[in-house]
Ligand binder design. Structure first.
Ligand SMILES: C[S@@+](CC[C@H](N)C(=O)[O-])C[C@H]1O[C@@H](n2cnc3c(N)ncnc32)[C@H](O)[C@@H]1O
Length: 290
């Protein structure tokens, strides 16, 4: 008696189905899919306030994470470093909400592993990495945005390194300031306080600005404290005012006699290319340092 076709096919079908399931599990694992936040937290569940190497773990609340990344104007071309990354939430949000690449640096190995698991659970493994390491021994010079939730004294320890970063690099800190390096922007709400700094280019010294299409010229002697500029124009009798750097961008005002001058420019290599407005007439000047 011959077996009905349905029964003869069953073992083959079963084998194919099992093979397919195994293949998709392996593929899902390879893609980092399939793992959930709950599964990540099963292996390690940190508690708020637990000790860390230089500072305890307290996560930044979600609205403030978004606010910090908005203040830094994070976009898809950015590389965000979160120094002291905890469970990786800032790095994950930078990728998920703003399309950026991000690297979290976390000292606690269990926490770093949890963060890596959460990166996969959130499906951003292609954009986000969390590395186990000490922020004071990590080279983060390739970052275009730095996020911090540390302590005032740790911000101060990082400050010399931050100030050497590429002009225009944005630094955002939850709660804590940088002593006399005043923030370029502050946001204080019920979610907490966030502060933004833009690493300023270094422009202190004597500059001569020459009109590009004309014979006009003037000298400026600049002193610089972080992003704030002070100094004099011409023979040193007229002070500049409202003068500051934002990354490579420079702005200042001064008056010579009755004539008010407004300068807006950008440091490009060794020169400042500036639009200078006097008596409602704007022209291009090129500044060179002596
Ligand atoms: C206040 S939590 C902030 C976590 C995360 N950035 C956030 O805002 O949600 C600080 C984190 O820094 C970590 N940490 C402390 N000292 C560190 C160091 N020297 N290097 C790297 N991570 C450190 C702690 O383990 C903790 O997870």
């Amino acid at each position: 008696m011959s077996m009905p076709i349905r029964h003869r096919l069953q073992p083959w079908l079963r084998a194919s189905a099992a093979g397919l399931l195994l293949t998709s599990v392996i593929a899902a694992q390879a893609l980092g899919a399939g793992v959930t936040r709950e599964e990540c937290e099963k292996s390690y569940k940190p508690s708020t306030g637990q000790p860390g190497k230089d500072v305890v773990w307290v996560p930044t609340n979600d609205p403030l994470v978004t606010r910090m990344l908005e203040m830094a104007q994070v976009g898809k071309n950015d590389l965000v470093y979160d120094l002291g990354a905890g469970d990786g939430k800032i790095a994950i949000a930078a990728a998920k909400q703003f399309g950026a690449r991000a690297i979290g640096v976390e000292y606690n190995p269990d926490m770093a592993q949890l963060a890596q698991c959460l990166v996969k659970a959130e499906g951003v493994g292609d954009k986000v990495k969390v590395v186990q390491g000490d922020i004071f021994e990590t080279d983060f010079s390739s970052a275009s945005v730095i996020t911090l939730y540390l302590l005032p004294e740790l911000n101060l320890r990082l400050r010399p390194t931050l100030l050497k970063m590429k002009p225009g690099t944005r630094v955002v800190s939850h709660s804590f300031l940088m002593d006399d390096w005043r923030p370029d922007e502050s946001s204080v709400s019920t979610d907490g306080a966030a502060y933004l700094w833009i690493v300023p280019a270094e422009v202190a010294g004597k500059w001569t600005f020459k009109q590009q299409r004309g014979d006009d010229r003037f000298d400026v002697n600049l002193a610089q404290t972080f992003q704030k500029l002070s100094g004099t124009v011409g023979k040193g009798t007229d002070d500049i005012s409202n003068a500051e750097m934002s990354g490579n961008k420079i702005e200042m005002m001064f008056s010579e006699g009755d004539v008010q001058t407004r300068l807006k420019g950008e440091l490009k290599g060794n020169q400042i290319e500036a639009q200078v407005t006097r008596n409602d007439v704007t022209s291009t000047f090129i500044g060179t340092r002596h």
